[in-house]
Design a binder for this molecule. Structure first.
Ligand code: TF8
Length: 343
């Protein structure tokens, strides 16, 4: 055995093994090598479940379909990679739903703050007909949307000061926090409502922007903050849980159209199975990541009910502006699913 010194921290939590792959090997319909670009690092649930997706396809086609996963935004960012899928220069990607609202506007419902109060509620919504309709609505965009999974609850990190209230974000006698957001109008509205100075930016540029102080902070799930090493350049974290962001596994429609129907069915099934696994991994990562970040020196604030309510009140204008545009009926349907899921 080799003893590794200086390994003060575990690299990942106790993670569930991927579910066993079963099912027959399907018939020979030729070979496909699928290139898949993702935003996050090799240690992320996004990467681990993408690898699992590839294993399912390899096993069930005797290696005729294989998947090469390119992590760390090395092929581009969510928005860029979606465009690459449209033109057929990339086969697959795994963006946040927030990056795809330009194709299917209804997806912006997921960007509304404090809409999904629990992971159970979020999963119920992602498995509902409402969500399936959103995936189906990609028809004709050049993108085949395969399955929803979990990016997760977004939390605020920054390098300037501990944040416990919207006033801390806005800054009374100091300047407001500059916060990097995704390139999504609802997220911009959220951070404007909180008094921040929001700056939309591609995820791939974020680490160096934080490092160089181009922005003070950003917001992402604890697991992303950890696996992207943001704690090296961000001293403070606040558990705001202000938005639950889904991921969507995406395939280029051009690639899809080149596949035999039996392969298409298999790809769809493998996407669902790996999405389920990703949600499980993401849940296992979440609290563990917050504790790891604390151990690595990030000062983490958990908000009590009153403090959380102050954030919820401050973002009410986002609903007033955006609910009519996204669709009141759609939002009501989602709220109904949330309510049913807690009974
Ligand atoms: C963001 C998103 C991203 C993911 C990933 C890069 O902040 O949360 O972390 O979509 O693909 O841009």
């Amino acid at each position: 055995t080799t003893l590794t010194f200086g390994m003060a921290h575990a690299q990942s939590p106790e993670l569930s093994d991927p579910p066993e792959i079963d099912g027959e090997v399907v018939g020979d319909h030729g070979s496909h090598t699928l290139r898949m670009g993702i935003g996050l690092a090799e240690s992320s649930p996004q990467y681990l479940s993408s690898q699992y997706f590839g294993e399912i396809l390899e096993q069930r086609t005797d290696g005729r379909i294989s998947v090469n996963v390119f992590p760390n935004s090395q092929l581009g960012d969510d928005v860029q990679m979606l465009e690459m899928l449209q033109t057929g220069t990339l086969d697959m990607t795994y963006p946040s739903s927030s990056a795809a609202t330009g194709y299917v506007e209804e997806l912006a419902a997921f960007d509304l703050p404090f809409l999904l109060p629990s992971r159970e509620a979020a999963v119920a919504v992602m498995q509902s007909d409402v969500a399936q309709n959103m995936l189906d609505a990609f028809e004709g965009t050049g993108l085949k949307a395969l399955a929803f999974s979990e990016n997760g609850y977004r939390q605020l990190s920054n390098s300037a000061r501990p944040i416990t209230s919207p006033e801390d974000v806005a800054g009374l006698d100091v300047r407001g926090l500059s916060v990097r957001t995704m390139e999504n109008p609802v997220h911009l509205a959220i951070w404007e409502a909180l008094g921040a100075n929001p700056t939309p930016m591609a995820f791939g540029e974020l680490f160096s922007a934080l490092e160089q102080g181009v922005v003070d902070g950003q917001e992402n799930p604890w697991s992303t903050i950890l696996t992207s090493n943001f704690h090296e350049v961000q001293d403070y974290g606040t558990e705001t849980r202000h938005v639950y962001t889904p991921f969507i596994m995406m395939l280029s429609e051009r690639t899809w159209d080149r596949m035999a129907p039996e392969y298409q069915e298999l790809v769809q099934e493998a996407a669902r199975q790996s999405a389920e696994y990703e949600i499980q991994l993401s849940a296992e990562y979440d609290d563990w990541s917050r504790n790891q970040l604390a151990e690595r020196g990030m000062q983490i604030t958990r908000l009590d009910d009153e403090q959380l309510a102050a954030f919820q009140d401050a973002v009410q204008p986002v609903y007033e502006e955006w609910a009519p545009r996204i669709g009141e009926d759609l939002i009501a349907d989602i709220q109904q699913i949330v309510e049913d899921s807690s009974n």
